[in-house]
Design a binder for this molecule. Structure first.
Ligand code: ADP
Ligand code: MG
Length: 633
């Protein structure tokens, strides 16, 4: 009963099939990847019943000789690697040499191939892992593999397949991913005799994204490209204001392989950082090229997981570069020179950006871009041709403002009036000055306050409504963060230390982070028991409810902040400080105070959301008002 035996080949294949072939979509994946590896530029996939009844993949790749075809269906038979060292630098999608053996052991399998039309084609049929039947026949160069009745000899696995609709959706999503990774290849998908997808060959990535996911999505993307010796990446990333509540549109490809990889995703989120609204997710279609030696794909039979050799380096490069480019895109969107009327409203516009370490200066937008980083050149690309989107005034729309004059740099924006937001005393204001960025036209000029919550202002050809609390919070956040990193954050000693009582877990968390709190300007000491004595606070927080702030920060940290990433921690604290120190809704503001807030807001590069992710400003164009008043139709 317990004699050890070597299993028969057929059974080994079926066991292997358990890992490689989970469902029809995994068969399609293996077959299409083989076609791509064979150099095909046309791949036609045909399905019946969501692939449960039939899957056929036809390609115009290199094909196989009859000898190779017979070997190819055996286990551990591959043309893609030969020696151990090859495993370290895999350039093909396949390499394990087990897919065809596994698939043919659990289906009615037919392979027809031709690698040389002068010699004709070759057919090979395998029924559930039985010995192959072969024949010669006429066939053009390329390969066609047909897999019928998947799992017909494995009733237990058959039972686990889902409905036709579900299996079909898996395949459809998979083909889209493969198609995005290979825009040069024509993909055709036919399901139950209906042609559902026909993507032409030779497309560029953006056109492919538009064909696969729609022009609306494509129009919300920013192109970003970066190249250095270690790593190259290019791709399309959603404009921060166009993030989605779902992660459906997140695709990362490494050396043309669609992968799931935490480092990459985290780096992208890090790149968006404070630009994203809470619970919103960026869309990205990102292609990374790395020396194959820098990653290990031999992690899982499905080959969608990879291990990166130098995760820190990849993270740093990606997040840093993305952050720069996205901030720039945000800024550019606000100061976009496009003519509103021509764009047909405040429609989402695709922005094209190129990042090259060439040092070439961009044509057009001027110094704003230049001073960002002299290593990087930006180039404004042609705007996408998209259907103009009608204006929906009830939805907050991030503002787009006229282009600032060339000499504008953020540092040249007028100094915010210092006293403007120390609302404790009746401050003495200068005459309200409309916001100027440099010498050009005013950007916002205050009209008045609505419901003690919103500031109404006039922008170029539009009415702007600003949420006074969110806006001030955003301003504070940038200010605090700037001061912190410039080591200018001042602290204020409390004459009478503040005693704060914390639950034991939060107290522990606080004690573990005392040095970080000290960096922020908090001097806090344990006072015995669950009490802590706060002796100094950041100046910006004097007269504010520091106890409540500390509790909120610790609460947040206990939920999210244990990642050990100090930057995340600090951002969280900045957010809280910003919120606590910002003016509130319900506070009346004088015109000079409003103007001062607008001035400060305009000098920021990112005005879209408060750090909590609520919109800061909403705008309504004159055209929209004209329409509402029926001046125009
Ligand atoms: P792997 O892709 O890991 O090498 P497979 O079992 O998927 O293993 O395929 C075995 C071999 O069969 C491949 O290495 C390749 O040489 C050949 N092959 C499979 N599909 C095709 C195809 N569509 N066109 C040309 N050759 C193919
Ligand atoms: Mg393969």
């Amino acid at each position: 009963m317990s004699t050890v035996q070597i299993l028969p080949e057929d059974l080994i294949n079926k066991i292997a099939a358990g890992e490689v072939v989970e469902r029809p979509a995994s068969v399609v994946k293996e077959l299409v990847e083989n076609a791509i590896d064979a150099g095909a530029d046309q791949i036609f996939v045909t399905l019946a019943d969501g692939g449960k009844q039939l899957i056929s993949v036809l390609d115009n790749g290199a094909g196989m000789s009859p000898e190779d075809a017979q070997l190819a269906v055996q286990r551990h038979a591959t043309s893609k690697i030969a020696i151990e060292a090859d495993l370290e630098k895999i350039a093909s999608l396949g390499f394990r040499g087990e897919a065809l053996a596994a698939i043919s052991s659990v289906s009615r399998f037919e392979l027809v191939t031709c690698h040389d039309e002068a010699q004709g084609g070759f057919q090979l049929k395998i029924e559930g892992g039985k010995p192959p039947k072969t024949a010669s026949l006429g066939f053009p160069k390329g390969t066609k593999i047909t897999v019928a009745d998947l799992f017909f000899n494995q009733p237990a696995r058959l039972k686990f397949l889902k409905s036709v609709k579900t299996e079909y959706h898996h395949i459809f999503d998979l083909i889209l991913r493969l198609a995005i990774a290979h825009p040069q290849i024509q993909f055709k998908l036919t399901h139950d005799k209906n042609l559902v997808l026909n993507l032409p060959k030779g497309q560029d990535l953006l056109a492919r994204i538009a064909d696969c996911y729609g022009t609306e999505i494509a129009s919300e993307l920013v192109a970003i490209e970066y190249e250095e010796s270690y790593l190259k990446f290019r791709g399309y990333f959603s404009h921060p204001a166009s993030a989605r509540s779902s992660k459906r549109w997140q695709h990362a490809f490494v050396n043309h392989r669609w992968v799931r990889n935490k480092t990459l995703t985290q780096a992208v989120y890090e790149g968006y950082k404070t630009l994203l609204m809470k619970n919103m997710h960026p869309m990205f279609f990102m292609e990374i090229q790395l020396d194959p030696r820098e990653l290990d794909v031999n992690v899982h039979p499905a080959k969608t997981e990879i291990r990166l050799r130098n995760t820190t380096l990849v993270h740093t490069i990606l997040s840093g570069r993305l952050q720069r480019a996205l901030k720039e895109a945000s800024r550019r969107r606000f100061f976009s020179p496009e003519d509103e009327a021509e764009a047909g409203g405040i429609a989402a516009q695709g922005v094209q950006e190129r990042m090259l370490p060439s040092g070439a200066l961009p044509p057009g937008p001027g110094k704003l871009f230049v001073e960002l980083n002299d290593q990087i050149g930006f180039e404004a690309g042609p705007p996408l041709k998209t259907k103009p989107e009608p204006i929906r005034p009830q939805r907050p729309i991030p503002g787009r403002l006229p282009s600032p004059p060339l000499e504008t740099t953020p540092t040249q924006a007028p100094e915010p009036e210092e006293s403007a937001f120390s609302f404790n005393s009746g401050s003495d204001f200068a005459r309200p000055q409309p916001t100027h960025l440099g010498a050009g036209a005013p950007v916002y000029s205050a009209i008045g306050q609505l419901g003690k919550k919103y500031i109404l202002a006039q922008g170029a050809e539009r009415l702007i409504l600003v949420d006074q609390h969110s806006a001030h919070e955003r301003i504070r956040f940038e200010e605090i963060r700037g001061d912190f990193y410039a080591k200018k954050l001042e602290s204020h000693s409390l004459i009478i230390p503040l005693l704060v009582e914390l639950p034991p877990q939060d107290g522990l968390l606080l004690e573990q982070h005392l040095p970080q709190f000290a960096q922020l300007g908090f001097v806090i000491e344990p006072f015995g028991g669950n009490d802590y004595s706060v002796k100094e606070v950041p100046s910006i927080l004097k007269d504010k409810d520091v106890g409540a702030l500390l509790k909120e920060v610790l609460d947040e940290m206990s939920q999210f902040g244990r990642s050990g990433k100090m930057e995340i921690f600090f951002n969280e604290v900045f957010e809280k400080i910003a919120c606590h120190s910002a003016i509130r809704a319900g506070q009346s503001l004088s015109l000079p105070e409003m103007q001062s807030l607008l001035n400060q807001l305009a000098s920021l590069d990112l005005q879209i959301h408060c750090p909590h992710g609520r919109p800061v400003l909403v705008e309504i164009s004159l055209t929209e008002l004209d329409k509402r008043f029926k001046r125009i139709v």
